[in-house]
Design a protein around this ligand. Sequence first.
Ligand SMILES: [Mg+2]
Length: 234
Amino acid sequence: MNKIDLLIFDCDGVLIDSEPIAARTLAHAITHAGIAMTPRDVLVEFTGKSEPELRNILLERGLSAVDAVFAKWHVEIFAEFKRELRAMEGISDVLQGLDIAKCVASNSSVERLKMSLGLLDIWAHFAPNVFSAEMVAAPKPAPDLIELCLARMGASAARSILIDDSPAGIQAACAAGVKAIGFVAPDDPRAARRDILLAAGAQDVAVGTADLGRILHRHIAGHHEVRQPVEIEA
Ligand SMILES: [Mg+2]
């Protein structure tokens, strides 16, 4: 018998390969507005943050006309999503192979989720259970969004698993009492993602979707080892 009733997926960087597109278009928009950032800077500093958080950070750094900059960015990012967004390589097979309730918990806006995940076939695995930080008081790492998922899906924290590529998502799951699995895309250019996700509280970290499938099946069946605490070097 399964040990797990619900899988909660982060969207960007887990289900969809959107982060490079988001980083490139946001770097372009804010550099154009006078704050020079490369796509890599954006990826390292901003990935996993909600848009209200991004707006506050950029306001503090002196970005003026924030509304206009973000409006222009939305036009660009949604056009690029339409043009080149793909599901994360291999994720469709993983989803197909998991006969368990699934939902999405994303710090992205409802509009962005519809204009990204909503364009792809894998949307059908989740709709209408696609939950945005806009629906709760505080985005991940607060537990609010994960608690909303549990309530709407009628699942207990102890029998649910969250999969996320950002420490904020892992922390949100832990705060809600949900087991967290970290995900790292094989081509992620950021250093030490595995250690960062373990330090945030992930019980396991998958590198790539084939690894994710194996780890999830193991946890769902209850055959998993308790990991040793990880020492992170300063
Ligand atoms: Mg993510």
